[in-house]
Write a protein that binds this ligand. Structure first.
Ligand code: UDP
Length: 330
């Protein structure tokens, strides 16, 4: 039997690498693509020996070609942490806009179904909690997060346009905060930040007073939701996330408990436009995909902590954020 073929962009990243694993498990032929700005080959190293896995080091904001038939495209290439997209704002805009355009063109040419990774950031600093898909959001286009938020909003718009105008089969997932093994320890996100600080014996940094909320989804749950969305027939945006909302202060206390650190909490300035609340309304995912998260935070955090502890010691010492200086921003 010939295998179905899937192209996964951002394949060496946190979510992309888990998607590669999932589709290999489902016996697909996986074409993995990444330009390795924020991705890391160690996330997919274990797949290189497989005959149904191939890797392309390519920037999808440039013309994308793959030979042969394609059944599916998953577009997961993008910096996704606020620190990353502040450092490489132009690439962030390009991969969400030009990259998506290129891949939609490829999907059209190959008659492939394409799923794009959108984000809860399309809701900005929301005035409605929890956020249903019908909420249009409260985004500052020219703030520091604008490069990510607006690229993702454009991405949704062009994806719908290819769907309605060209009849391309498309899926749009709005991903809420997700955590798990293979997050980058130094990507600046709150969970690796707290765990890294605890492991290094540093104080834990809360931005603002810690009353802002987030809702954290374990990666395995997210991947299952994405899989079901891709296989289903729903083409409007769908929230996938865990509605278990928590303040950042409570979350910090949980990390202190988990790691047993005796360090204290220090408070730093809240970054500009940091959303005050975030919680997905997952009514649609429940009814249309029969999906809801299964892994509770206690369990998920334990798995993630064990992963970070298992990393070579030099990873822990790299507290600097990734150095993007060698990438041009044209
Ligand atoms: N945050 C924090 N300390 C840190 C890193 C982040 O208090 O060391 C806060 C951040 O201001 C935000 C929340 O944790 O309110 C989640 O931040 P993250 O960067 O993980 O993702 P976001 O949901 O803001 O995109």
């Amino acid at each position: 039997m010939t295998r179905k073929r899937i192209l996964i962009t951002g394949a060496a990243g946190f979510l992309g690498s888990h998607l590669c694993d999932r589709f290999i498990q489902e016996n697909y032929h996986v074409l993995a693509m990444d330009n390795l700005i924020t991705g890391d080959l160690s996330n997919i190293e274990h797949l290189f020996e497989l005959e149904n896995f191939e890797f392309y080091n390519h920037d999808v904001s440039k013309f994308v070609h793959v030979s042969g038939h394609l059944d599916y495209i998953l577009h997961f290439a993008s910096p996704a942490s606020p620190i990353d997209y502040l450092k490489i704002p132009i690439q962030t805009l390009k991969v969400g806009s030009l990259g998506t355009h290129n891949l939609l063109g490829l999907a059209k040419a190959k008659k492939a179904r394409m799923l794009i990774a959108s984000t809860s950031e399309v809701y900005g600093d929301p005035n409605v909690n929890p956020q249903p898909e019908e909420y249009w959001g409260n985004v500052n286009p020219v703030g520091p997060r604008g490069v990510y938020d607006e690229a993702k909003r454009f991405q949704e718009a062009i994806t719908m346009a290819y769907h309605t105008f060209h009849g391309v089969e498309t899926r749009i997932v709005r991903i809420f905060n997700t955590y798990g093994p293979r997050m980058r320890l130094n990507d600046g996100r709150v969970l690796p930040a707290f765990i890294g600080q605890a492991l290094r014996g540093e104080d834990l940094t809360i931005f603002g007073d810690g009353s802002q909320t987030r809702s954290f989804c374990f990666v395995d749950d997210l991947i299952e939701g994405i899989y079901r969305l891709l296989m289903g027939d729903y083409s409007l945006p769908m929230n996938i996330g865990n509605p278990d909302e928590i303040t950042i202060r409570q979350f910090c206390e949980e990390i202190i408990q988990l790691t047993g650190t005796s360090q204290k909490i220090v408070y730093q300035d809240l970054p500009q436009d940091d959303p005050k609340q975030r919680r997905p309304d997952i009514t649609k995912a429940k009814s249309l995909l029969n999906w809801e998260p299964k892994v509770n935070r206690r369990e998920g955090l334990r798995i993630t902590y064990d992963y970070f502890k298992s990393l070579p010691k030099e990873n822990l010492e790299k507290t600097e954020h990734k150095d993007f200086a060698r990438y041009n921003t044209i």
